[in-house]
Design a protein around this ligand. Structure first.
Ligand code: HEC
Ligand code: HEC
Length: 300
């Protein structure tokens, strides 16, 4: 009796011990499982995959730093770059052939979002502009704007003007991840409407809406720069493209608050496009000839 009782108790004891060991093991496994998977899940939600299956960085944030927060070693160049952008006539006079300043198109020296923004260009370049023909860095893009938008001459890459602008672009791009393709950069290719431009309707919109700031003759006033004529950008400028002018106008003009419909913006752009302006003359080669070519298989 007694011996059977002891055997029964031993069996119960073994059973309970096994159960405790199993529970402990399960507990430990649970702890390890959650410690390892929870942070992984967070990382997984903080990156997004693009269509090609590559893991892309977070959507870039528009948050340009204050100029005076630039580190001491670059602060003076940042400030000079900003002055060149905003007071181009004064600080880069020898390279300018009209009455414009960079900031007339890149508002607030490119530091605004509601403009042809330059915040993040430091993370976008050097870039392929057209794989078949040439690549471009920011010096080349800046030379293009001097020659075309400013109807002037291209400053050399090793000039102080160019170097200060490059430092400035880099500083206002702080925090934008390289190649993150900020959505606020550049202009959309067109307004996405099919209507044909009506120049006569555009002339009326100009008189009704634009002339009070840009002048009856489009040559500019004290409050707004020239849209055509000798004091404006030349016919090689990006703004001379119908689509750039119309998108810019639809999104940002009048400066006091945009009001035009897409059709009206297209019409006024077509009217401006017909007005006389300086002819583009190249002062430096801005298409780099592609000399080295790789076989197609090498770049797949
Ligand atoms: C309230 C005044 C005002 C009105 C109205 C206005 N603009 Fe402007 N526009 C400006 C100012 C100011 C700038 C320069 C912005 C700067 O330097 O920050 C500018 C810049 C521009 C530029 C780029 C610089 C240049 O000279 O090429 C274009 C293009 C332009 N305006 C087109 C138009 C068109 C088209 C209209 C009419 C639909 C219009 N604007 C109406 C004030 C105005
Ligand atoms: C008349 C308007 C105008 C003026 C003035 C102007 N730009 Fe531009 N700029 C443009 C346009 C339009 C683009 C092309 C935007 C696009 O299509 O992506 C551009 C592009 C650029 C870019 C490349 C931006 C990008 O996102 O790829 C830089 C850098 C630049 N400009 C610098 C300057 C500097 C520096 C000045 C003054 C010396 C200047 N611009 C004056 C209209 C202007």
């Amino acid at each position: 009796m007694c011996s059977t009782g002891v055997t029964m108790n031993n069996k119960k004891l073994y059973f309970s011990l096994t159960l405790i060991v199993l529970l402990l093991a399960f507990g430990a496994w649970l702890a390890i499982f959650f410690q390892w998977t929870v942070p992984q899940a967070r990382i997984a939600t903080s990156v997004t995959s693009n269509s090609s299956g590559h893991v892309a960085a977070l959507e870039p944030l528009f948050n340009p730093p204050a100029l005076e927060d630039a580190p001491k070693s670059i602060r003076e160049q940042v400030m000079i770059g900003y002055k060149i952008m905003t007071e181009t006539q004064k600080y880069a006079s020898e390279y300018v052939g009209n009455d414009l300043a960079c900031t007339n198109c890149h508002f607030e020296g490119g530091r605004s979002k509601d403009t042809l923004s330059l915040v993040g260009v430091g993370a976008k370049y050097p870039a392929y502009r057209n794989r078949r023909e040439y690549t471009a860095d920011l010096a080349l893009r800046t030379q293009g704007c001097f020659e075309r938008s400013m109807n002037g001459k291209a400053p050399a890459p090793n000039s102080q003007i160019m170097q200060s602008l490059l430092v400035y672009y880099q500083w206002i791009s702080k925090g934008v991840p390289i190649y993150s393709n900020p959505p606020w950069l550049g202009v959309p290719h067109d307004l996405g409407i099919d209507s044909k431009a009506d120049v006569a309707a555009g002339k009326k919109i100009y008189a009704d809406v634009c002339s009070r700031c840009h002048g009856d003759d489009g040559h500019g006033t004290l409050i707004a720069p020239a849209l055509w004529g000798d004091k404006s950008f030349n016919d090689g400028a990006g703004m001379h493209r119908l689509r750039t002018f119309s998108v810019f106008t639809w999104r940002f003009m009048p400066k006091s608050g945009p009001i035009l419909t897409k059709e009206q913006a297209l019409n006024v752009a077509a009217y401006a496009h017909e007005q006389p302006r300086p002819k583009y003359m190249a002062t430096h080669p801005n298409k780099i000839k592609r000399v080295i070519k790789l076989p197609v298989e090498a770049i797949k």
